[in-house]
Every structure is written in structure tokens, then in C-alpha cells.
Design a protein around this ligand. Structure first.
Ligand code: C5P
Length: 232
């Protein structure tokens, strides 16, 4: 897989018009992520635009519900012909298994990725608010293993966790990392960042890189610079 196929850019915009403008501005991008904001605004229309342009699609809706509901949502989403989609590991083993079974007979099933722990939560939130007694990297690892044992294809994790997850979950487990920043880009609200080259070397299969590309003065140049830096 070439580096250009490993970089997923989020369509983090509120309307169909803004999404189309971004697609028009960055024709080089092959893999786009559609999250809750845009999907709630446009519904599957945005997926059709992406399919019409032969793009790969990461549908990041982070399902979290009872097994029957998660299974139904995954079955419906799999009919869009998407490539990757997310659900929370904390929905539990029955929901994770139900999700994998629900899409097993889809003509083009997406790969299912588990959210281990939202990176917006820190060690303090885990211990004091969620009352989870495990330390942070260990908790993410346990959630990834729960997902793997339930038949889920991979996980979303911070680049800081990618090396231990790769070691424990094996080569076939798909690891997708947001929180990636080239040295020349602003970190913004991402707190624990790593460069694209280092995150791929640490074991990530895919990187989600948004604002360093989409908010750059010249987004096409920013994209090319990232590819060059990884390949150098
Ligand atoms: O602009 P930036 O590169 O920070 O975008 C990262 C993308 O990845 C955003 O769409 C964000 O919602 C998403 N994401 C994240 N951290 C997670 C899961 C998803 O930053 N743990």
C-alpha cells in the first residue's frame, strides 16, 4: 500500500456544500473520513458523492448501543459500500460479536474498528469520573483485545499507543491513528501528537490527518509535503 493510500483526511465540515468544496480543492486525496457532524447534516448523500469520485470511505459514527441496535446499524451502513467504520469497544462483547455477524454476508463488508478510549479522555477522567481502575495504556490494550477476540478487525488509537497495540494484537489487526502532526504544523487541540513518519514506523496502518492539510494555505502542497516526508 502506498503512503497516499494510508492517509485518511476527515471531512470535518458542517454542510454538503462545504464538503464538496473540500473534495474539489483536494482531488489527490483518495481516502476520506465522514464523521457525525457531516453525516447527521447530509445523510448518505455525502457517501454517494465520494463513491461517484471513486474515493475510499471511513464512516466514523462510533456506534454504542445494545447488540441488536448496533448490529442493525452496522448492517445498514455496510450497504453503502464503505471501507472502514467505527463502534465503541465498551458496547461489550455481545454487541461487538453481533456487529461482525451482521455484516458477514454483506457483498462488500467494511472493516470494523473499535474505539478503545476517546483520546479526549485522560488518566484523571478514567479514574475519577469513569471509576475505571486500570492505567491508561493498559485499559486501551484490554479494550483492543476484547474487540479482537470478538472478531473486530482493528482499532482507533493514539500514535502513543500504536506500538504496544501492534505488539499485542498482531500484524493483521488494523490500527488507525488520529493525533498526527508534521513538525511544521500547529498541534491545535491534539495533545499527544506524533509525526506521520514516526506513527507509520510505530505500526499504524492508516493515519487520520485533518487540519494540517485542510487548513493549510496550500492544502495540495501540504499533502504532497507529508507524502514526501514519509517517503524520504
Ligand atoms: O484536524 P485533525 O488532524 O486533528 O483531525 C483528526 C480527526 O480525527 C478529527 O476528525 C477527529 O474527530 C478524529 N479523531 C481524533 N481522535 C480520536 C478519534 C477521532 O482526533 N480518538
Amino acid at each position: 500500500m502506498s503512503v497516499a493510500d494510508q492517509i485518511i483526511v476527515p471531512l470535518d465540515v458542517p454542510t454538503e456544500e462545504a464538503a464538496i468544496a473540500l473534495l474539489d480543492r483536494l482531488p489527490e486525496i483518495r481516502f476520506w473520513k465522514v464523521g457525525l457532524e457531516l453525516f447527521v447534516a447530509t445523510g448518505p448523500t455525502i457517501l454517494k458523492h465520494l463513491k461517484d469520485r471513486q474515493k475510499k470511505i471511513f464512516l466514523d459514527l462510533k456506534f454504542h448501543d445494545i447488540p441488536n441496535t448496533v448490529a442493525g446499524a452496522c448492517r445498514s451502513a455496510s450497504e453503502y459500500g464503505i471501507d472502514l467504520m467505527t463502534l465503541h469497544a465498551t458496547a461489550g462483547k455481545n454487541a461487538l460479536k453481533a456487529a461482525t455477524e451482521a455484516i458477514a454476508h454483506s457483498p462488500s463488508p467494511p472493516q470494523l474498528l473499535a474505539i478503545t478510549l476517546l483520546t479526549s479522555l485522560n488518566a484523571r477522567d478514567l479514574a475519577f469520573d469513569l471509576k475505571i481502575p486500570l492505567e491508561l495504556p493498559e485499559y486501551a490494550l484490554q479494550m483492543a483485545l476484547l474487540a479482537k477476540d470478538s472478531g473486530i478487525n482493528g482499532a482507533v488509537c493514539s500514535p502513543q499507543e500504536v506500538a504496544p497495540l501492534r505488539r499485542v494484537c498482531g500484524q493483521d489487526f488494523v490500527l488507525v491513528c488520529p493525533g498526527v502532526r508534521p513538525t511544521w504544523a500547529q498541534t491545535g487541540d491534539q495533545k499527544r501528537v506524533m509525526t506521520p513518519k514516526k506513527a507509520l514506523e510505530a505500526g499504524a496502518d492508516y493515519l487520520v490527518i485533518g487540519r494540517p492539510i485542510t487548513m493549510a494555505d496550500d492544502p495540495v502542497m501540504a499533502w504532497k509535503r507529508i507524502i514526501d516526508e514519509v517517503e524520504s
